[in-house]
Design a binder for this molecule. Sequence first.
Ligand code: SF4
Length: 128
Amino acid sequence: MSPASNAIPSEKKPFYHVYPGSDALTFGMLGCDFHCGYCQNWVTSQALRDDSSTTHFEPVTPRQLVQAGLCQGARLVVSSYNEPLITAEWAVAVFQEAHQAGLACAFVSNGNATPEVLDFLKPHLRRL
Ligand code: SF4
């Protein structure tokens, strides 16, 4: 399940120089290992610890997410909106579908990663 997915301009991402002029299908799950007071995505990042966070869920498969990105002309699939390192297994399931469809994949993360999760992700994040 994903609480959020949108195709948005790549220029809005920290890697704005990747495929300029394209869209990035961006999806998120729930939770974050940080609790930043300025979080723009607190309804998803803090949903597991803050009762005032309410968000809407839609069941979606990795294939459906990638198809939505293709239909919207996206060239990138991006895991964001929560802290993607804590939902890395789910992101990899999406990235595997995305690679088969010829899309590049990326993370927008706080970087608080273990060596193990980086080793897990490395084969699935396409070098550009
Ligand atoms: S998603 Fe980012 S900004 Fe929000 S709490 Fe987590 S690390 Fe902080």
